[in-house]
Design a protein around this ligand. Structure first.
Ligand code: SD4
Length: 347
């Protein structure tokens, strides 16, 4: 009897769910991602238009940027580290289960967000790093490839020729503002820096094009993800915000999601995408939620550059940014004939 009732009710429930989604708002499903990476948005939209899941849409959308090397900041051949190597950070998060898969400092594998999804699906872990992430990827059937390109080699050679400027070192000898390493720590460990000095804007310049994506599919399910090659000339082993849940992206099926781009070393100290989702959960609209999270960072790091995008289950979306003159993001929802690029002025 119970089974009979259940079988009878199921289709009704599905109809109700569809109604709720489509009657309260005409703005779902929805894809939003950082920057003018419209091909990625279009791919994700295509997936959910064919009744694909939000998770598939995020993976396939961000993969487009990995293949197309969006702005040189996603995928192979960009942001060589101090040794000239490109390494990748990525994550994917399922809003239904809160499962997360991430990779950081992934070496010699191009398809970072797909490896991240494998971490989520084929392990009970959240984050794998470095060479062991590569070994895992190979076990899972991914191809090992060289991530260098002529362009990345040239960038690295130019940086070496320019005395390794700019770089992320501080309080070491020789003076990192004038010389390449190897470096040794200065004896006096702590230098008191003003909050303006604590983040050197120069090193962040041109490091701002991670893809961060949130998708709400036609079932109302939410997923988010990121993919990046991190920061130019980073210290080898450096991991940014992108593969960290709550920093690079965060989603909750009962609220919506948010994704980040920018100076990840600073932004990850504030878990801004978690903050945005929590604010939206207590009724704050997406744009205001993004502004609140940005303002919390600027209180401590007035020189940081970064941006957040967010969307909620009503199909409202927004963004906020700091340190750029303008921030562009890409959006597609049912009222739009095509992917639309919107711009917000930054604080
Ligand atoms: C990082 N947040 O690794 C990334 C870089 C970035 O847009 O967003 N670029 O710090």
């Amino acid at each position: 009897m119970a089974t009979y009732v259940h079988m009878f009710l199921l289709p009704v429930c599905i109809i109700v769910v569809f109604r709720i989604v489509s009657c309260t708002d005409h703005l779902l499903p929805l894809v939003i991602n950082t920057w003018q990476f419209s091909n990625a948005t279009a791919k994700a939209w295509d997936v959910i238009s064919k009744d694909g899941s939000a998770l598939d849409a995020v993976e396939q959308g961000c993969s487009v940027c990995e293949v197309q090397q969006c702005d040189g900041s996603v995928g192979y051949g960009g942001s060589p580290d101090e040794n000239g190597e490109t390494t990748l950070d990525a994550m994917i998060m399922d809003g239904i289960t809160h499962d997360v898969g991430s990779v950081a400092d992934l070496r010699r594998v191009k398809t970072a967000i797909s490896v991240a999804r494998s971490v989520m699906e084929y392990t009970q872990h959240t984050l794998l790093v470095g060479d062991q992430a590569t070994q895992f990827a190979i076990e899972m059937g991914f191809k090992e490839e060289d991530l260098h390109t002529n362009k990345s080699r040239q960038m690295w050679q130019d940086w070496k020729k320019g005395n390794c400027q700019p770089n992320y070192r501080q309080n070491v000898t020789p003076d990192p503002k004038k010389s390449c390493g190897p470096y040794k720590p200065n004896k006096a460990r702590k230098i008191k820096l003003s909050k303006e000095q604590r983040y050197n804007k120069e090193v962040g310049e041109g490091n701002h094009d991670t893809i961060g994506m949130v998708v709400i599919d036609s079932m109302g399910n939410v997923a988010g993800g990121t993919s990046t090659n991190g920061a130019n000339h980073k210290v080898p082993g450096r991991v940014g915000d992108s593969p960290i849940a709550g920093a690079g992206a965060y989603v909750d099926n009962t609220i919506g999601g948010a994704a980040a781009t920018g100076d990840g070393g600073v932004m990850m100290r504030f878990l801004p995408t978690y903050q945005v989702v929590e604010s939206m959960g207590s009724g704050v609209d997406p744009t205001s939620a993004c502004k609140l999270a940005i303002n919390r960072i600027t209180k401590y790091y007035p020189n940081f550059s970064g941006a957040l995008v967010a969307a909620n289950l009503s199909g409202m979306y927004g963004a906020a940014c700091h340190g750029f003159s303008t921030f562009h993001y890409s959006i597609r929802s049912p009222g739009m004939a095509n992917v639309t690029v919107e711009a917000v002025p930054c604080s």
